[in-house]
Design a binder for this molecule. Structure first.
Ligand code: ZN
Ligand code: FE
Length: 249
């Protein structure tokens, strides 16, 4: 996109986690999503001569917040999470009471973009999708989905119900088709093998599986609508049975 003046860089962490470094071209300020561990983020900041200003947590699991305490240090770095994750996200300073179904402004900017949040329970009870929108408003063009929506898959239901996951996936994929979705784990190959077992005659799934790069993030709303068996589930019951089948796949 020619008008894009900010970068989102996936930073591989732990075994298969992605943290995301966000910065404005030519600027010094940086923001990070879901830093599982501090070292890879600190190294990326040093190499690019960036200063960390804010941290976004999609949910409280250790493989998403493990690096926050060290990265936030004693400095003036804000830490944003859903209000209902209070006490579960280290050093949290922004407690967004984001609703289900639509994005609301978080009141801060990230690389010149307006930060917005939407509650997406299912994987955890306080999971939040973070969106970056043009500063003038409108739908976010880039959304961080944590462990709720993966490329070709969805997270396990640790603290939520199939109803909640169904509604959360619907809310995310109701965004415009080109919306970029940046997710929490590189599980895509396995997810698409499951998708191919669910829909063996689907050309889009077979084609996606045959042309997978090593790093598959970001995906798009359009691609998930065409290939993700959980997004494509026609009912809560169908999502629930696919989720249990996937647990033992
Ligand atoms: Zn998780
Ligand atoms: Fe995770």
């Amino acid at each position: 996109m020619a008008s894009q003046v900010f970068d989102v860089e996936p930073i591989p962490c732990l075994r298969d986690n992605y943290a995301y470094l966000i910065h404005e071209r030519g600027g010094e300020d940086a923001f990070v999503v879901d830093p599982s561990e501090a070292a890879p983020i600190a190294a990326a900041l040093r190499e690019r001569r960036l200063r960390l200003r804010g941290i976004l947590a999609t949910h409280h699991h250790p493989d998403h917040v493990g690096g926050i305490a060290e990265l936030a240090g004693g400095g003036d770095v804000w830490v944003a999470g859903h209000a209902d994750d209070r006490g579960r996200i280290p050093r949290q300073t922004i407690f967004l009471e984001a609703p289900r179904g639509s994005f609301v402004p978080a009141g801060v900017t990230v690389a010149g973009r307006a930060l917005m949040g939407m509650h997406i329970p299912g994987h955890t009870r306080a999971a939040i999708a973070w969106g970056l929108a043009a500063s003038g408003g409108g739908a976010p063009t880039d959304v961080f989905t944590g462990d709720t929506l993966f490329a070709g898959g969805c997270g396990r239901l640790f603290e939520g119900t199939p109803e909640q996951m169904f509604a959360s996936l619907r809310s995310i994929t109701a965004l415009p088709p080109p919306t970029r979705l940046w997710f929490g784990h590189e599980y895509t190959a396995n997810n698409l093998r499951f998708a191919a077992a669910v829909e063996p005659d689907s050309p889009p799934i077979a084609d996606r599986l045959a042309h997978l790069p090593a790093c598959t993030t970001p995906t798009t709303v359009a691609l998930e609508l065409a290939t993700n068996p959980f997004v494509r589930a026609g009912s809560v019951e169908e999502l629930a049975s696919r989720r249990s089948a996937k647990d033992s796949f």
